[in-house]
Design a protein around this ligand. Structure first.
Ligand code: NAP
Length: 495
């Protein structure tokens, strides 16, 4: 079950939101009385109850907004119980003083906005002993191991327990809580109304992660990155799983570099099916796989891991997708020889994406020059793949047939920037911008205006996601659905 938390300063908005949520199918709503600005009129708030309700009134020290007297707060909680609300949230220090009455269930809670205590089981035992129907522990995750410990806690205790790790590092606890035995998990109405760090919106939970239907049999996948909040991969993969009616879910895993080993151990123990891998793990992940496709070894980086029969296998779908996109435009000559052979290509940037593309182009005999802001990095990449390094300021000194942007220049929100001046473009060029958000970057707009052929970052992103999906599930996704989903997510109205 999903619980939607609402906190409004005015009674009429709180009531309207509660009723609106119930009309939209909310199964449980948490009303945060500490958000109400004036004297709380509980009778008015609870006059009609269109769906089950949790009453919470949080003090400042527990992350809430309540500033009036403690006596008044406890009186409100008692009154809520007397009015027969479905659940009341009682912090550890007051739970013993507020007796059970009627059918109201007691959530005994603890919040820690600084860390996840080492003695989680002891904390849990203390809370459960306070006549708890539900134990709620919400703590800040400072590492992925905090998330793992919280999931293990939920799986191992008898009292129904909602264990949530706050912050991006703990997103998995919110999505997987029900699978690990929690009676419900908390969500928020919209991302600008977050009440605790890392909360996921009701809509995202309901439409994307669907935690109610995650069981022991559900196959889990995810993107591992740091940071991870910006990733569109959960949207794309979950949309495709739903389309294909697969019992699979795709989660965002924010994992700091120092936690990668622990994370991979957890993935194996939790029977994770596969991972998309992105910054900063594309290279270090090589240490945790048993086999890799040839390109991964050539590039020295991967972006996909598939777990199969106890082994982790590495792939690079960025490379495959970029090369497919280029080959589709450049093609082969009538004798079957790549027309890339001997073609001059300028790659801007010397990071992971540039490396994958440079490797692929060199494999096909293109003559590659790499120009990046940090000269050492371009020189290293040029040496590794057999290309030429150019200073960033010298990028206009050559006349390439193909220009590829592998830098983030032009990406949202810096949409008015381009890594290559319009007046230096020529209609005979093929311009490939790997930036996909927005699709129509300034570089792509300029290239179209000049009459160049173009490949957008969306072309590449859709292909790489499709390859990943095929590796994860064995199914070919519908490219049009992928493209439509990606475009909707990156359209200006979503920012
Ligand atoms: P990365 O490893 O961080 O490399 C970024 C490269 O861009 C580095 O060479 C960096 O230079 C350079 N750079 C960054 N900001 C710059 C600036 N203001 N001026 C000049 N150079 C700059 O990142 P990555 O993984 O290669 O990703 C790069 C971009 O590719 C992403 O931003 C994303 O838009 C795109 N991408 C697209 C797809 C797709 O499927 N379409 C997939 C992945 C990535 P320094 O070394 O000096 O920092």
């Amino acid at each position: 079950m999903l619980c939607v938390t609402i906190g409004r300063t005015r009674h009429k908005y709180m009531i309207a939101e509660y009723h609106d949520l119930a009309a939209k199918g909310a199964q449980l709503v948490e009303m945060r009385l500490d958000y109400v600005g004036r004297a709380v009129d509980l009778k008015r708030l609870l006059e009609s109850r269109p769906c089950p309700i949790v009453i919470t009134c949080r003090r400042r020290e527990d992350g809430g907004r309540w500033e009036k007297s403690e006596e008044e707060r406890q009186m409100l909680l008692r009154s809520a119980i007397a009015s027969g609300v479905d659940y009341v949230d009682l912090e550890e220090d007051i739970a013993a003083r507020i007796p059970r009455y009627g059918k109201t269930k007691r959530i005994v809670s603890l919040h820690n906005f600084e860390r996840t205590p080492e003695d989680l089981h002891e904390v849990h035992a203390r809370l459960a002993a306070l006549d708890a129907d539900v134990v709620k522990i919400a703590t800040l995750a400072n590492s992925f191991s905090d998330t793992v410990r919280m999931l293990q806690l939920m799986a191992s205790v008898k009292t129904p327990t909602i264990g949530l790790c706050m912050g991006d590092l703990g997103a998995a606890t919110r999505i997987l809580a029900l699978r690990y035995g929690a009676p419900f998990t908390y969500t928020v109405l919209s991302s600008d109304r977050k009440i605790a760090p890392g909360q996921i919106t009701w809509q995202q939970m309901r439409d994307l992660y669907r935690p109610d239907a995650i069981t022991e049999n559900t196959k889990l996948f995810g993107v591992v990155a740091d940071p991870v909040a910006h990733s569109l991969s959960p949207l794309l993969h979950n949309t495709m799983f739903a389309e294909d009616k697969l019992d699979c879910r795709y989660l965002p895993f924010r994992v700091p570099a120092e936690d990668l080993e622990l994370f991979m151990t957890w993935c194996r123990a939790s029977q994770i099916g596969g991972l998309s891998v992105t910054i900063p793990h594309k290279e270090p992940m090589l240490n945790y796989i048993q086999q890799a496709e040839q390109a991964v070894n050539g590039i020295g980086a991967l972006n996909t891991v598939v777990f199969r029969e106890g082994e982790a296998l590495g792939y690079n779908t960025d490379y495959r997708a970029a090369m497919d996109s280029i080959m589709e435009r450049v093609g082969v000559d009538p004798t079957g020889v790549d027309t890339l052979k001997g073609r001059g290509v300028l790659i801007l940037g010397a990071g992971g994406v540039s490396r994958a593309i440079a490797y692929g182009l060199r494999q096909r005999g293109a003559i590659v020059a790499i120009s990046s802001r940090t000269q050492d990095r371009s020189e290293r990449l040029a040496r590794d793949v057999g290309a030429r390094a150019l200073a960033w300021s010298a990028r206009y000194d050559i006349r390439p047939g193909i220009i590829i942007n592998g830098t983030p220049i032009g990406m949202h929100p810096e949409v008015d920037e381009s890594p290559y001046a319009k007046e230096k473009l020529h209609e005979s060029m093929l311009v490939f911008d790997t930036v996909y958000n927005p699709e129509q970057t300034l570089l792509i707009k300029h290239a179209r205006e000049v009459g160049c052929q173009v490949i957008t970052g969306v072309d590449m992103f859709v292909r790489q996601a499709a390859y990943q999906y095929k590796l994860f599930t064995g199914l070919a996704p519908k490219p049009e659905l992928l493209r439509k989903t990606l475009k909707a997510a990156t359209s200006p109205v979503n920012f």
